[in-house]
Write a protein that binds this ligand. Structure first.
Ligand code: UT7
Length: 335
């Protein structure tokens, strides 16, 4: 049986830095509140007029990942693209990557699992490689949040958290079963779908109805989050996803060399770190700089940790995520 391993990593974030103080110029918020509740100091928001979109940023991150894998675009056999902020309502961003990178007419799949999107995408890619169907799969997480946020005081509980950016990994076939993706674990609980959601447009709330109502106070276009409720579930599900992944491989918390949690909130990460008694060296956080980039956050953090030399050959790396759906999951990797 084949195994899959990460052969290339890349990320891209827009240049435009938006600090907490910048936000306080157009909504009633402040640096102290944001840092105390979330750990975020600044985030990247695409500047108006920039060429960047979720697909464009995904392509930029992908070019780096493909080059680092020592491959050419023609070597990619399949694309998995995770985003909640696609360039079009449909089609998905995956097909744009096929065009932008000049790939063969390979299959392209979009994943709609929000903050867990990259973990889901890795799992899908892993299955395609393990079955022997593909050799090199390009896995992307990319988000352009800033264009769709409610940047008034009404939206402050959500808008201060989210940032723009993209990351990509190349997952390749290997016959060495001691290294690579050991296992992936995926979950959902749809009864909480409306605790973290964007309601419109959708078949319950189509555009003609929105236009007919023409209500400028309609909040359904903007992300809604029941923050405290989501927070409480996040700490439980993150823990379960990590435990499940370790148990499946007869491993223990002490075996973890690097935990890359979805960067939802620094308080959530610190809770998990404390619960599992992990040292600062065993957990990578970059939410301070980039905010929560949902489907891009795990891959940006993984790439950054790797670039900083924090991940070495033979290390046990755990990716874990939780988010809208609710969905959650983990990926257990022997580097
Ligand atoms: O990535 C997917 C998963 N997402 C998450 O895991 C996020 C989970 N949730 C959270 O991270 C936190 O719930 C938040 C950071 C979103 C909010 O923190 P909180 O401690 O739960 O605050 P809260 O929503 O209970 O609001 C507390 C107070 C409220 O004022 P009152 O009602 O106590 O007077 C809010 O109106 O803080 C107010 N508030 C703000 N004040 C200044 C809310 N947002 C802001 C803001 N600036 N940006």
């Amino acid at each position: 049986m084949y195994n899959s391993k990460i052969t290339g990593l890349g990320y891209y974030v827009p240049d435009n830095i938006v600090t907490n103080n910048d936000l306080s110029k157009f909504m009633d918020t402040n640096d102290e509140w944001i840092q105390e509740r979330t750990g975020i100091k600044e985030r990247r928001w695409i500047k108006e007029g920039s060429e960047d979109t979720s697909a464009v940023m995904g392509a930029k991150a992908s070019r780096i990942a493909i080059e680092r894998a020592g491959l050419q675009p023609k070597d990619i056999d399949f694309i998995v693209f995770a985003t909640l902020s696609p360039d079009y309502y449909f089609p998905g961003c995956g097909v744009q990557i096929q065009e932008m990178l000049g790939l063969r007419t390979v299959g392209a799949l979009d994943i709609r699992n929000q903050c867990s999107g990259f973990v889901y995408a890795m799992s899908v890619a892993d299955q395609f490689i393990k079955t022997g169907m593909y050799k090199n799969v390009l896995v992307i997480g990319s988000e352009f949040h800033s264009g769709g946020l409610d940047k008034t005081t009404r939206g402050r509980g959500v808008s201060v958290i989210f940032g723009d950016g993209a990351g990509a990994a190349v997952l390749s076939r290997t016959e060495d079963n001691s290294k690579g993706i050991l296992s992936t674990h995926l979950h959902s609980e749809g009864k909480h779908a409306e605790e973290l959601t964007v309601l419109a447009p959708s078949i319950r709330h189509w555009v003609p109805k929105l236009l007919e109502e023409n209500d400028e106070n309609d909040e359904s276009y903007f992300p809604y989050m029941n923050g405290t409720f989501v927070f409480k579930h996040a700490v439980v599900r993150f823990s379960q996803a990590i435990d499940e992944g370790l148990k499946a491989n007869n491993l223990d918390v002490s075996d973890i060399n690097m935990l890359i949690p979805h960067q939802a909130n620094l308080r959530i990460t610190q809770f998990i770190q404390k619960k599992f008694k992990l040292s600062d060296d065993q957990v990578h956080s970059n939410i301070q700089k980039y905010g929560n980039t949902t489907a891009a956050s795990v891959i940006i953090a993984l790439t950054e940790a790797w670039e900083l030399g924090k991940i070495k050959d033979g290390d046990l790396v755990v990716l874990a995520a939780f988010g809208s759906g609710f969905t959650w999951g983990s990926v257990i990797i022997r580097w």
